[in-house]
Write a protein that binds this ligand. Structure first.
Ligand SMILES: CC(C)(COP(=O)(O)OP(=O)(O)OC[C@H]1O[C@@H](n2cnc3c(N)ncnc32)[C@H](O)[C@@H]1OP(=O)(O)O)[C@@H](O)C(=O)NCCC(=O)NCCSC(=O)/C(=C/c1ccccc1)CC(=O)O
Length: 256
């Protein structure tokens, strides 16, 4: 199997599982990911997802350059039918955590950039190296890397194809945490379960406010956030949250 999927305690774990090829994406894995992201988005029991790779060498190195056949159809017919292969399927209001366990290169880094939290093992390395293989970070890299880190660093990475290490990624804010490789999935689980224990509608609203607000002028973003707060104001979960606080007990959220 190119990609493994399991669900535990409202958390979906998606593991790219082709360690012999640095967890790169062959066409079968891409098809699997499309189905998996659809499940994550639509299963009401799933509140948060963790994306990682098998082993300690690689998160993913993007397109499997040995197994991706030359296209039989023209680009227009593929693009206008399916859009991009992966990133649009990762778009949802449930948070996604990238647990980066080694190389996150090319489309691998682009998938990590489509996640909301990025945590990494101390041996992780990051790069958009497409320029070295005569291609382009055409999923989201040219747009999202400069929004995630300083422009001059992003340009250096994309134009040279050089990799940066985990310490540098932490310094420039590409990742929020670095831990030893053995501790990575535990940390991802800890964050995922914390998020899953919060009110699901509130969690989705936070992501929506931030993601949509980033592209708005501040006044519009503030107005939008206030409306989202109003949307949450009458939920059963908000009443439960306030009541549980007053009664000094853990809340039981239902996503209503
Ligand atoms: C990551 C590396 C620097 C690691 O080097 P290292 O020396 O440690 O390990 P290797 O011996 O090189 O790798 C071990 C083993 O894995 C195979 N491998 C690694 N990556 C790939 C890959 N992407 N495809 C196929 N096979 C891969 C490697 O060949 C070895 O196999 P073996 O010889 O043992 O049989 C180094 O591995 C490296 O530089 N990898 C390539 C990284 C890269 O260039 N990635 C970008 C790919 S292009 C891309 O992702 C794109 C995404 C996209 C954009 C838009 C729309 C869709 C997709 C662009 C595109 O597809 O055009």
């Amino acid at each position: 199997m190119g990609v493994d999927f399991k669900k535990e305690n409202h958390v979906a774990y998606i593991t790219l599982n082709r360690p012999e090829a640095m967890n790169s994406l062959d066409p079968e894995s891409m098809d699997q990911l499309v189905d998996i992201w659809s499940t994550v988005k639509n299963d009401p029991d799933i509140r948060v997802a963790v994306l990682t790779g098998t082993g300690q060498k690689a998160f993913s190195t993007g397109t499997d350059m040995k197994k991706t056949p030359p296209p039989k159809e023209c680009m227009a017919s593929i693009y206008l039918r399916d859009g991009q292969p992966i990133i649009p399927h990762m778009k949802m209001w449930k948070p996604i955590i990238a647990a980066i366990n080694g190389y996150a290169v090319g489309g691998g880094l682009e998938m990590a950039l489509a996640c909301d939290l990025r945590i990494a093992s101390s041996n992780a390395k990051f790069g958009l190296t497409e320029v070295k293989v005569a291609s382009l970070a055409g999923l989201n890299g040219t747009q999202c890397l400069p929004r995630a880190i300083p422009l001059s660093v992003a340009m250096k990475m994309m134009l040279t194809g050089d990799l940066i290490d985990a310490q540098e990624a932490l310094r420039i804010g590409l990742v929020s945490d670095i831990v030893e490789p053995d501790e990575l999935i535990g940390l991802a689980r800890k964050y995922a379960e914390k998020i899953a224990n919060n009110a699901p509608l509130s969690v989705k609203a936070v992501k929506q406010a931030v993601v949509m607000g980033m592209d708005l002028p501040l006044d519009h973003g503030l107005a939008f956030a206030h409306l989202l707060w109003g949307v949450l104001r009458d939920t059963e979960d908000r009443k439960e949250g306030f009541q549980a606080f007053a009664e000094k007990r853990a809340p039981e959220y239902k996503g209503k």
